[in-house]
Design a protein around this ligand. Sequence first.
Ligand code: IPE
Ligand code: IPE
Ligand code: MG
Length: 259
Amino acid sequence: MFFMFDTLEGYIQPGTEEEALVKQIDFSKLPVHLAIIMDGNGRWARKRNLPRTEGHKAGTESVKEVIEASARLGLKYLTLYAFSRENWKRPKEEVNTLWNLLKEYLGRDSKILIDNNLKLKVIGEKKGIPYFVRRELNRVERLTRNNERMTVILALNYGGRQEIIETVKKLLKRKFSPEEINEEIFSRYLDTAGLPDPDLLIRTSGEMRLSNFLLWQCAYTELWITPTLWPDFRKKELFQAIIEYQKRERRFGGLDTQA
Ligand code: IPE
Ligand code: IPE
Ligand code: MG
């Protein structure tokens, strides 16, 4: 079943908790870029005496729901941390399952991205991604290249430190002089070139760390951490995170506007 994510109408049932939350959202102050560290799949499975891989499978439902809800809300960029540079340390079977699930998702659900005017972009070291997945990623990136409703950025084989090192290497190869280098130039050579920094970062499963995610880009990002495990994460919590974000005062090192 394919649907157009036009508005929230018909998506939120009247009289539900979700509806009450949506009413609290100020649509003129939405985060432009939401980033999510999708964590807790293994613990979700363990709680049910299932293999960790079942947690990853269940997590794909949350991915689909969050993409749809974000697009319907009107967010412009959604970055999902799906595989870190360090995740290769996991048992081979688990690593294979993760890449297989992504390949299946791209084969089965890329039509949802295409039909809903969503653009796919990958950040991370692409050449280290298994070829059977990379090929699909390239296909979907190509097909959605001109879409503009919302960009879904998948962080795959991604590491913030490695990204920074790669950027330094690019600048050296292009023979930039020390005087020419500044934040703006540096940002242009990151994987995230052209994307605004995340306004809000959600991490599920209660861990209070960045785990090498968007280290440069999250300098002034608002953090929201929930104990909910990723496979249990639903739109209701996305709405709660946004409401919470809208209550924050972002000072960027300056002074409180009321001061
Ligand atoms: C997040 O869940 C998925 C990836 C890191 C790919 P985890 O697999 O890290 O789950 P926990 O943290 O072990 O519960
Ligand atoms: C971060 O989660 C990576 C992704 C969600 C893809 P991890 O589960 O790998 O992080 P740590 O090991 O708990 O820091
Ligand atoms: Mg984890």
